[in-house]
Write a protein that binds this ligand. Structure first.
Ligand code: GDP
Ligand code: MG
Length: 182
């Protein structure tokens, strides 16, 4: 057969979290290395494809599904979740409620995506906006790490889409976890 490192890999990734935690900004930073204060929600385009070359030269086509603001109305269609290989859960470090909602958002994801092996489906939790001043931080990384441990060894990073902190590292680690499972 084809050596595994030459096989073309395809991964569907969905990114969820409250409105304005920085999901679209994280994707823009990861895909295009740029940050803008006001990304317009893309109407019509449900997903984008990005080719990624890993450190060992494996090439992966990553299909990223971001919301176009529907998270406000909790009205994401089933096409959004269907066939997802992994899930990124984003909260805003300066917004406690956005962290409190992760548990429910994870449950909704698991119900709607209905994966064959939900126990091993890779999740990545991102505490975004780690660039904010200390006094604005509301969610401690200890609480976030505990959430990740209690829900099955979830990858965790604090990120800044604004200052490009940990963005590429976190996504690549998630991809490697997905590939190990396939
Ligand atoms: P989404 O609704 O989850 O897609 O969030 P957006 O990506 O549209 O970002 C919402 C707001 O947060 C925008 O004003 C962004 O400029 C801002 N934002 C996003 N990421 C960061 C970050 O890492 N740090 C800071 N300080 N602001 C951010
Ligand atoms: Mg958005």
């Amino acid at each position: 057969g084809v050596p595994s490192q030459l096989r073309k890999c395809f991964i569907k990734l969905v990114i969820i979290g409250d409105s304005s935690v920085g999901k679209t900004s994280l994707i823009q930073m990861f895909e295009h290395s740029k940050f803008s204060q006001n990304f317009k929600p893309t109407i019509g385009a449900d997903f984008s494809n990005k080719e990624i070359t890993l450190d060992d030269n494996r090439v992966v086509t990553l299909q990223i599904w971001d919301t176009a603001g529907q998270e406000r109305f909790q009205s994401l269609g089933s096409a959004f979740y269907r066939g997802a290989d992994c899930c990124v859960l984003v909260y805003d470090i300066s917004n406690q409620a956005s962290f409190d909602h992760l548990m429910n958002q994870r449950q909704v994801f698991l119900i709607k995506s209905d994966p064959r092996e939900p126990q091993t489906l890779p999740f990545l939790v991102l505490g975004n906006k780690c660039d904010v001043p200390e006094e604005q931080k509301k969610v401690s990384s200890i609480d976030a790490k505990r959430f990740c441990q209690q829900n099955g060894n979830i990858l965790f990073y604090e990120t800044s889409a604004k200052d490009n902190v940990n963005v590429e590292k976190a996504f690549k680690e998630l991809i490697i976890k997905v590939l190990k499972r396939q």
